[in-house]
Design a protein around this ligand. Structure first.
Ligand code: TXA
Ligand code: MG
Length: 326
C-alpha cells in the first residue's frame, strides 16, 4: 500500500480523528468498517455521504466491552446476555431498543439500534481511547463489494476517509450475523459470520424468513442487490461442462475439475472448509472483478454453517434489478 501510506495511522491518531468528528476506516474480524463517532450526528452524516448510502439504511454501533451496553441500549434481556457471553467479541450484531443519546440518523429513525463488540484488538483499543461508541458500516461504496483488506478500502474509498487503520486481512471475511431481539423473540435479520446452527444450539429456535433476499427487505438496508461486483455474476449449482466465452471467471468452494475453460479461477478452500471460504470470499471477488472478465460464474455453496451467509452474499451479488447503485 505504498501510495497510501499517508492514510495509515496509529491507534492514538485514529482515536483522535474519531473524537474530532472525522472518518476512520477500522479493521474488524468481519470486514473493514467506515467509522465515526456514533454520538455526533454530523460525523455520522459524513459516513452516509462518503458511501453514497441512503439514509433509510441504519448503521451498526461498535463498542469495546460489554460494560458499555447501557450507553447504547435501554434493555439487555437475558437472551442477549446469553448470546453476548458466548459470541462477543465476535461477528454477531444484536438489535435492541436504543437509548435517546443515540441519534436517529444512526438507526434511520427506528427505536432500535444494532450493536456489536468486534473481535479485533486494534479497533477495540481505538474505541477505548476515543471513549465514544463508533457507528460503522462496511467501508465500501453503497452496494459494492465489502473490503477485507486496507488496500480494498484505499482503492474504493481512499479519497473520502480521513484515515485507514491497517489491521491486516479480516479473519472471518463476511459481515456479522444480525439478530433482532424483541417481544416476538429472536429474529435473524442477516446471516453472517456466526452460523445459525451455533446460535440455535445455544438459545433454541430463531425466527427467520424463508429467504432474506427480497425486493422489500425485512431489515432496512437488506436490499436484493448488494455486495455486488461490477462484473455480471451468475450462480450455478455445478460447473458447466462447456462455456461459450473465453473471458469467464470461476468462483468455487473446491471442485475445479472443469476449470480449464475459465480465464481466471478462484478456489476458496481446497478442502471445502466453509470458514476458510468465508475468509477468502470478498478478496477472491475483488480479484475476479479487477480481471476485466465478461462474467463471473459462481458455484452455489452448501446451505450449512457459513454456507448460508455466503449464498446470501452471492444472491445479492447476482441480483441486477432496480436497486443497482453506482
Ligand atoms: O460485520 C459487520 O456487521 C460490519 C462491520 C464493519 O461491523 N458492518 C456492516 O455494516 O456490515 P453495514 O452497514 O454494511 O450493514 C448493517 C446492516 C444494515 O444494512 C441493516 O440491515 C442492519 O445492519 N441494521 C443496522 N441497524 C439496524 C436496526 N436498528 N434495525 C434493523 N436492522 C439494522
Ligand atoms: Mg455493507
Amino acid at each position: 500500500m505504498s501510495e497510501s501510506t499517508n492514510f495509515i495511522v496509529t491507534i492514538e491518531r485514529a482515536a483522535e480523528i474519531l473524537r474530532q468528528g472525522g472518518l476512520v476506516a477500522l479493521p474488524t474480524e468481519t470486514v473493514y468498517g467506515l467509522g465515526a463517532n456514533a454520538l455526533d450526528p454530523i460525523a455520522v452524516a459524513r459516513i452516509f455521504a462518503a458511501k453514497e448510502r441512503p439514509f433509510f439504511d441504519p448503521l451498526i454501533v461498535h463498542v469495546p466491552d460489554i460494560d458499555w451496553m447501557p450507553r447504547i441500549v435501554s434493555e439487555f434481556p437475558p437472551v442477549a446476555v446469553q448470546l453476548a457471553e458466548r459470541f462477543w467479541p465476535g461477528p454477531l450484531t444484536l438489535v435492541l431498543p436504543k437509548v435517546t443519546a443515540i441519534p436517529d440518523l444512526v438507526t434511520s429513525g427506528l427505536p432500535n439500534v444494532g450493536v456489536r463488540i468486534p473481535d479485533h484488538d486494534l479497533t477495540r483499543q481505538v474505541l477505548r481511547l476515543a471513549n465514544v461508541p463508533v457507528a460503522a458500516p462496511s467501508a465500501n461504496p453503497f452496494g459494492r463489494l465489502s473490503p477485507t483488506t486496507a488496500e480494498h478500502v484505499h482503492r474504493q474509498l481512499g479519497h473520502r476517509v480521513d484515515a485507514i487503520l491497517d489491521g491486516g486481512p479480516c479473519r472471518v471475511g463476511i459481515e456479522s450475523t444480525i439478530l433482532q431481539i424483541n417481544e416476538d423473540g429472536v429474529t435473524l435479520l442477516r446471516p453472517g459470520g456466526i452460523a445459525l446452527e451455533e446460535i440455535e444450539a445455544l438459545i433454541g429456535n430463531v425466527n427467520h424468513p424463508v429467504s432474506t433476499v427480497s425486493e422489500s427487505p425485512i431489515a432496512p438496508g437488506m436490499l436484493a442487490s448488494h455486495y455486488a461486483p461490477r462484473t455480471p455474476l451468475t450462480i450455478v449449482n455445478e460447473i458447466p461442462s462447456t462455456v461459450d466465452s473465453t473471458r469467464l471467471g470461476l468462483l468455487a468452494l473446491c471442485h475445479v475439475g472443469l476449470s480449464h475453460q475459465f480465464a481466471q479461477v478462484e478456489v476458496l478452500s481446497p478442502t471445502g472448509d466453509l470458514v476458510t471460504a468465508a475468509a477468502n470470499f470478498f478478496q477472491a471477488l475483488h480479484r475476479l472483478d479487477a480481471a476485466g472478465l465478461d462474467e463471473i460464474i459462481a458455484v452455489r455453496f452448501p446451505e450449512t454453517g457459513l454456507g448460508k451467509a455466503l449464498n446470501d452474499r452471492l444472491q445479492r451479488a447476482e441480483h441486477r434489478g432496480v436497486h443497482r447503485h453506482s
